[in-house]
Design a protein around this ligand. Sequence first.
Ligand code: IPE
Ligand code: IPE
Ligand code: MG
Length: 255
Amino acid sequence: MRDAISSSMVQIDDEQPIVPRHVAFIMDGNGRWAQQRGLPRIAGHRAGVESLRKTIGHALKLKLEYLTLFSFSSENWSRPASEVDGIMGLLRRFVRSDLADLNAKNVRIKIIGSRDHLPDDILNYLIEAEKTTESNTGLTLIVAFNYGARDEICRAVQKIAHKIADGDLNPDEITEAILGGELDTASLPDPDLLIRTSGESRLSNFLLWQSAYTEFVFLDVLWPDFAESDFDEALQSFAKRDRRYGNVCATKSVV
Ligand code: IPE
Ligand code: IPE
Ligand code: MG
């Protein structure tokens, strides 16, 4: 286990802080940011895209290996149609305007979430983003879109149930690795640090399985106001955490 702990922390150089391998974000607070300014909620989402660009830039500078962004949940479809349409428009525009640049920066994009019932063109944008960047070797940018952790776990269980029904798996052989391997995040490491903006202290159905031993930082800043200094502050907080994984101490051997 100590190997897993040390491999989740990367020292970049003498001047840079120790950074985790994988940071996940719940980018929350766009609507409130807009409301505070008397603007429509979509203006908050538009401003949120700028924060997202800055955050990816900072992750690249820090040489993070994995960055996960919760961009749209399976529950967000329940919002007014005008807001949902606006968010879909921003996604289309983002892929058109930023995909080439991310590709040039050696970013590998991976989409997690259900692909069922998505508008055809949105699905195609997601597939294009993955395909264009699949052989890149720099930052892995995981975008959670139409994502809900309970839905993800149900889909994984369905795949396992089909294997059992087909006689390819025995129920007694189901392990954490088998279940984890059927999740959308199969082959990706669990997040070391999860940051949620907007002052809410909940997971909202994000990465329930994968965050079993993730460190959480909840920040009282709305996502469009999220700055590099907030990111650094969260990393500093993470660096001080004692990750025990059920043991008595993360760093010292105990006899
Ligand atoms: C997060 O901001 C973005 C999405 C959920 C798409 P919100 O839109 O949830 O902003 P608040 O929480 O209403 O302020
Ligand atoms: C979670 O935020 C989803 C995203 C940030 C994409 P929500 O704003 O949807 O979560 P709740 O409704 O406050 O729990
Ligand atoms: Mg919200």
